[in-house]
Design a binder for this molecule. Structure first.
Ligand SMILES: Cc1cc2nc3c(=O)[nH]c(=O)nc-3n(C[C@H](O)[C@H](O)[C@H](O)COP(=O)(O)O)c2cc1C
Length: 216
């Protein structure tokens, strides 16, 4: 039997922390769609590096124009404030070898520290923007802010679009064939606490990889 439902939350699907449905849609958890994870680096008002773990994004474009659409940036984050002020940011993709460093940037979210170095990463200058990059990233996209939009009125999150100005791709990743390009040393995915829609039971969060399946 399929789970068929409209967009209105069933009564038995409850918050496990207060305010959850203000930040997230219940549909996110029952749909269980994975999103690629990355670090966004910006500069704080005091000139120090800011780093934030992010997902909920898509990447697309035409010709020389390539965009990242970060569909859910929390408005109360330093990242959003920094992007609004400086109109630039860098997207850094890291393998799950660096998961602990990525998570550290959430725990040590201190205005007085360089969050790239504090997390154990190496700070690297960008080529086209002032915001720094994370050296350990296998793919880095230096972006300039284009536009933003609230998906629903007065929402907690905002959608931010950036255009890629410059890219840096690690040689190994650049040269790998499709079959070898993904997996443990490549993109990590946010498996955001999938939920059984029939009962409201949460299954727990995780990080995933792509396993090559077949030629297309
Ligand atoms: C797996 C994971 C994914 C996340 N994705 C996002 C995201 O897409 N958007 C967002 O605003 N915060 C996201 N966060 C939360 C931010 O990383 C967190 O709020 C961070 O402290 C913001 O840092 P900042 O205040 O320096 O910008 C995510 C956290 C985790 C653990």
């Amino acid at each position: 039997m399929n789970f068929e439902h409209n967009n209105l939350k069933p009564e038995y699907i409850r918050e496990d922390w207060e305010g959850k449905w203000k930040v997230f849609s219940w549909l996110e958890f029952v749909c269980a769609i994975p999103h690629v994870l990355f670090m966004v680096t910006t500069i704080k008002e005091n000139g120090l590096a800011n780093a934030a773990f992010q997902s909920w994004s898509s990447f697309t474009g035409e010709g020389d124009n390539y965009y990242i659409i970060m569909s859910g940036v929390m408005k109360d984050t330093h990242t959003y404030q920094n992007i609004k002020r400086d109109k630039e940011f860098c997207i850094n993709f890291l393998s799950s070898d660096y998961l602990e460093e990525c998570r550290k940037t959430i725990k040590d979210n201190n205005i007085a520290s360089d969050e790239i170095s504090a997390a154990g990463f190496t700070l690297e200058e960008s080529m086209s923007i002032s915001a720094p990059r994370i050296k350990e990233g296998f793919l880095k996209l230096e972006c300039e802010y284009q536009w933003e939009k609230e998906l629903c009125e007065s929402s907690h999150n905002i959608t931010v679009c950036g255009k890629v100005k410059h890219l840096s791709i690690a040689e190994k990743f650049a040269k790998e064939m499709t079959k070898e390009k993904y997996g443990k040393d490549s993109f990590m995915f946010n498996l955001h606490n999938p939920m059984n829609p029939f009962t409201g039971k949460s299954f727990g969060s995780g990080v995933g990889h792509i396993k090559f399946s077949q030629d297309l």
